[in-house]
Ligand binder design. Structure first.
Ligand code: ADP
Ligand code: ZN
Length: 604
């Protein structure tokens, strides 16, 4: 590890998983994205006789991993459908001539004649199954081809040692992996899912405005914006480009060529922002993604955490923002029901069970988006871990104040009940506009502008009115009805304010101003400390990357570059000693970076 990768020490769980494989035991590693699963199978592959196979679901992942490995001086290759038949034959021919230590293949490959013939005649000591949750129907990314892995393993002349690696959460999926791969009494390593360098935040309100403000605060950074639908990807990417942001897009409806080009623009830092559906990202291990914004709420916490976890893979601070609206819940409910109702392979009973299961996961996600408990605590609880409030997520940073809302609560209840007596009730946003006294078309059409109570809270911000309506709903003063168009009503269950009219009503509400400022401050740290040496090093890295036609982070990750900026090595030995610089990279690059550091010293 030191020699090749230049890492000082193992991260939690890595050594145990590596030792298991080296001693011939099957293993399963459950680690969150970014924890460092790759070296758990790469390092053993360097010591084995023969060829290690890494089975991985996405072609885009393979190219990237192989480029990275080659940079470390490891003999790696991939074999997939992006190569022509001729190229595939060449790769297999070279492999037979002992050219490689490690080879990435997609599961489809395991049934190809030529490939099987090769494997029957060449030693395969170790098979690593990456993204192993793809084997389970209970996972969120089931790939039927993964079921071909076990028969393939069983067909090999000599049974290899098998390792499975995933960032999956549920116990059910973990059991599925062990069974479906036929792991023999495996060593199982389950890591904490905490990613301390990620800052979580949820905002609601005008999504586009909030996104743009966020992006302006991240103007030097690279990041992903996830949208719920292809249509949203198209229009948002267009809008961002119009505002002058450097954005590109990705979704399953684009032609292959455009998808690949756009992905590369993002990987190679030609475009800063990737606007995409969740079709983008599995296996993308660009290490310098500084933020992930969800423009729509995903359908469960597991998907959310996996997507958000694509930020900050190199350990640098990164922001994960979820922009929430009630519409997202209804869209997800619709999608869940729709996709399962169309699935003819399930029995009625199975279908109903799955629908309930998924709606339940959606409810947990909605709690995350709307509650005020520490966001990190909620995520970790979902993954079965107990923790204490982190102190720096959006909810922890939000400070609350206790305010007297007697007048407002009474005013709202009177108006809502008056309307209700006329058999009229309205949703949360309509009520907000009504109390704020906005002159919208919708209010005019509903004849609300002349109704009693219109504009009664015009002295408050619209946001504040919503906070009070929500607080009243949480505390039973109002009730939100079920269905596609929920409305707020005051029913018999509501505390009777009439009898206790003198008692003040106090609510704990967020202090609006402070949250916004806190958010801005937390970001400015990022570029400050390394000053211009970091930028100078970045330029050198960019030059090298361009010359070699690899993404910049393949040369060095931001974290390593920051380390170099801090240590300021002025000799080969010192450069070699920097955390994250291996032997091969030190030999290749130390000269140019040392020159850059010396120049910088002279000038400042
Ligand atoms: P995963 O596959 O678990 O999502 P990766 O294997 O891609 O994560 O590793 C994430 C990042 O952490 C990579 O940039 C990798 O080089 C780095 N890394 C892995 N192991 C170590 C280690 N022991 N010390 C320092 N950095 C490491
Ligand atoms: Zn927190």
């Amino acid at each position: 590890m030191k020699q090749t990768y230049g890492y000082e020490s193992f991260r939690p769980g890595q050594e145990r998983l590596i030792n298991a494989i080296l001693s011939g035991k099957d293993a399963m590693g459950i680690m969150p994205t970014g924890a460092g699963k790759s070296i758990c199978f790469q390092i053993p592959s360097l010591t084995f006789e023969g060829l290690t196979l890494v089975i991985s679901p996405l072609v885009s992942l393979m190219l990237d991993q192989v480029l990275t490995l080659k940079e470390y001086g490891i003999r790696a290759a991939f074999l997939n459908s992006s190569l022509t038949p001729g190229q595939q034959r060449t790769v297999l021919g070279r492999a037979a001539g002992h050219a490689y230590q490690i080879m990435y293949v997609a599961p489809e490959r395991l049934t190809s004649e030529a490939f099987r013939a090769f494997c029957n005649n060449y030693p395969i000591p170790f098979i690593a199954v990456d993204e192993a949750h793809c084997i389970s129907q209970w996972g969120h990314a089931f790939r039927p081809d993964y079921l071909k892995i076990k028969p393939f393993i069983d067909s090999l002349p000599k049974h290899p040692v098998v390792g499975a690696y995933t960032a999956t959460a549920t116990v059910r999926v973990r059991q599925d992996i062990v069974e479906s791969l036929g792991l023999r009494n495996p060593v199982i390593q389950v890591n904490s899912f905490d990613r301390p360098n990620l800052n979580f935040e949820v905002q609601n309100g005008d999504k586009q405005k909030r996104l743009i403000r966020f992006l302006k605060q991240h103007i030097n950074d690279s990041g992903i914006v996830y949208c719920g639908t292809r249509k949203d990807v198209e229009s948002l990417c267009e809008d961002l480009s119009q505002y002058g942001f450097s954005a590109t897009r990705y979704h399953a409806g684009l032609p292959d060529k455009e998808r690949t080009d756009n992905q590369n623009d993002f990987l190679f830092d030609r475009k800063k922002i990737m606007v995409a559906t969740n079709a983008f990202g599995m296996g993308i291990d660009k290490s310098n993604v500084s933020f992930v914004v969800h423009y729509n709420m995903p359908k469960n916490i597991e998907s959310y955490y996996q997507e958000a976890g694509r930020a900050g893979r190199d350990g640098s601070p990164a922001d994960c923002l979820l922009l929430y609206s009630g519409q997202d819940v209804r869209l997800n409910e619709f999608l869940i029901k729709n996709s399962l109702e169309e699935n003819t392979e399930l029995s009625d009973e199975e279908r109903e069970f799955r629908i309930q299961h998924e709606l339940d996961l959606l409810r947990k996600m909605t709690f995350y988006a709307t509650g005020n408990e520490c966001l990190r605590v909620q995520i970790l609880r979902y993954f079965g871990e107990n923790s204490t409030p982190c102190g720096h997520c959006g909810n922890c940073r939000m400070s609350y104040e206790t305010v007297d809302v007697s007048k407002e609560v009474r005013g709202i209840l009177t108006a809502v009940r008056n309307l209700q007596n006329k058999r009229r009730s309205f949703g949360r946003l309509t009520l907000r506009d009504f109390f704020k006294g906005r002159k919208t078309q919708a209010l005019a059409e509903k004849n609300l502008i002349s109704a009693e109570g219109y504009g009664a809270l015009s002295y408050l911000s619209a946001e504040r009115i919503l906070q009070i309506l929500d607080w009243m709903t949480q505390n039973g003063w109002l009730r939100k009805t079920e269905g596609d168009y929920p409305v707020l009503i005051s029913d018999d269950m509501a505390p009777d304010f009439g009898t206790s009219a003198d008692e003040p009503i106090r609510a704990r509400l967020p202090k609006e101003k402070e949250t916004e400022e806190a958010f801005t401050v937390s970001k400015s740290e990022l570029h400050q400390d390394d000053g211009s040496l970091f930028e100078a090093l970045r330029r050198v890295r960019k030059q090298i990357a361009d010359e070699q036609h690899v993404p910049a982070y393949v040369v060095f990750s931001d974290a390593v570059l920051r380390e170099i900026a801090e240590v300021r090595p002025d000799s080969f030995e010192k450069f070699r000693a920097v955390k994250g610089v291996g032997q091969a990279k030190a030999v290749k690059y130390s000269g140019r970076f040392i020159v850059c550091i010396r120049d910088h010293k002279k000038r400042f």
